[in-house]
Ligand binder design. Structure first.
Ligand SMILES: *Cc1c(COP(=O)(O)O)cnc(C)c1O
Length: 368
């Protein structure tokens, strides 16, 4: 039996990536060139958006999306505490108030709670398509239209996911990450997507030191450019995105088949009608009271390395507790339950059917 370690992410690059990166090195042009343009085209296709603007990472893409919408002190964004810190950090960077509401049992923001949390200074809703599953964009779209709110999609984990056939990143201003562990990676990288010409223009300016043309500074910008090497690493993965997501989906189906109903109280994730899940993570909830640390430790001993995303609600870390710009609506019972029971199992496209069997068996053994 093979005992190679099975981890939640294991980026691999083929000969095409190697040759594209070499082409960039030999071209002598390392920034703002044809590879970045091609990367942006492919990202626009992925998101079904007219514009895609590549930036240095996914956190910066959230920050610039917020800046391009003109949000600042006094504005408020509604999002969830079941997310990576970047979601919150991006808003705080612009001194925007963050109002946190609970999620539903699909792990994405609860539209009913959003509706209840809207107030006069609310400017935007920032759904997180957590683990690769789109949030309920029909409900969010209609409540945002009703209250005249912008939508900023944190699609860092959801490359190619769709809601009612529409790709994420096309419902508002979209933000994707290409960090090393994401479904598509450039090492570090990000992209902002939008159908709005004016937002796209502002994002391009903000990314490039606030310049509308060379040395014509019209906004206070920054350097958030992507390199040609990053773009070259991403291009072949984007052209194969459907295939990569299909492999994740079949791995997720195999995990579901092996685990659903196998242990009392174990909650196994499923796709949701009308939404395509791209399985950035396959996150189960352990039975109530199961000792998660021990379960994870046992799995690791068997060579399977699950993740815990996320072990705490983000606003309850020291960095955020009592922050004047962070407001939590109530106790977040659903998200809190998730943080205490969640375990994300390896599901990525590099895993074989045999690997997936080992992952499922490892969890079952650890729970017995
Ligand atoms: C990864 C991630 C980000 C940030 O992306 P980076 O490229 O790491 O800066 C933001 N939001 C979520 C939900 C993420 O998973």
């Amino acid at each position: 039996m093979s005992t190679n370690p099975i981890t939640v992410a294991a980026p691999r690059f083929d000969a095409e990536v190697e040759s594209l990166v070499l082409e960039v090195l030999r071209s002598g042009r390392l920034a703002q060139g044809p590879y970045t343009e091609r990367f942006e085209q492919l990202c626009a296709e992925m998101a079904g958006a007219t514009h895609a603007i590549a930036v240095s990472n996914g956190t910066v893409s959230l920050e610039i999306a917020i800046e391009a919408l003109g949000l600042g002190p006094g504005d408020e964004i509604i999002t969830t505490p079941l997310t990576f810190a970047a979601t919150i950090n991006a808003a705080l960077r612009s001194n925007v108030t963050v109002r946190l509401v609970d999620v539903t049992d699909d792990f994405t923001i609860d539209p009913a709670q959003v509706e209840a949390a809207v107030r006069s200074n609310t400017s935007a809703v920032m759904p997180v398509h957590l683990y690769g599953l789109p949030a309920d964009m029909a409900a969010i779209g209609s409540l945002c239209a009703k209250h005249n709110l912008a939508i900023i999609e944190d699609a860092a984990q959801a490359h190619g996911a769709t809601f009612d056939g529409k790709p994420v990143g096309s419902f508002g201003v979209g933000s994707f990450s290409f960090y090393a562990t994401k479904n598509v990676t450039t090492g570090e990288g990000g992209v902002v997507t939008t159908n709005d010409d004016e937002i796209a223009r502002r994002v391009r300016i903000l990314r490039n030191q606030g310049m509308a043309a060379q040395y014509e500074y019209v906004m206070i910008g920054r350097n958030a450019r992507m390199t040609e090497i990053q773009a070259a690493i991403g291009i072949p993965q984007l052209t194969r995105l459907a295939e990569l997501n299909a492999k994740r989906t079949s791995n997720a189906e195999a995990l579901r088949k092996a685990l659903d109903g196998a242990v009392d109280g174990l909650v196994v994730p499923s796709a949701v009608d009308g939404r395509t899940h791209v399985w950035h993570q396959f996150t189960v909830l352990l039975p109530q009271g199961a000792p998660r640390d021990e379960v994870v430790a046992k799995m690791r001993e068997s060579g399977v390395f699950p993740g815990v995303y996320y072990p705490r609600l983000v606003h309850e870390y020291d960095a955020y507790r009592g922050h004047p710009l962070i407001h939590a609506e109530g106790e977040m019972p659903v998200a809190r339950d998730v943080t205490s029971r969640c375990v994300s199992l390896p599901v990525h496209d590099g895993l074989s059917a045999g690997d997936i069997e080992r992952v499922a068996q490892s969890l079952l053994d650890a729970l017995r």
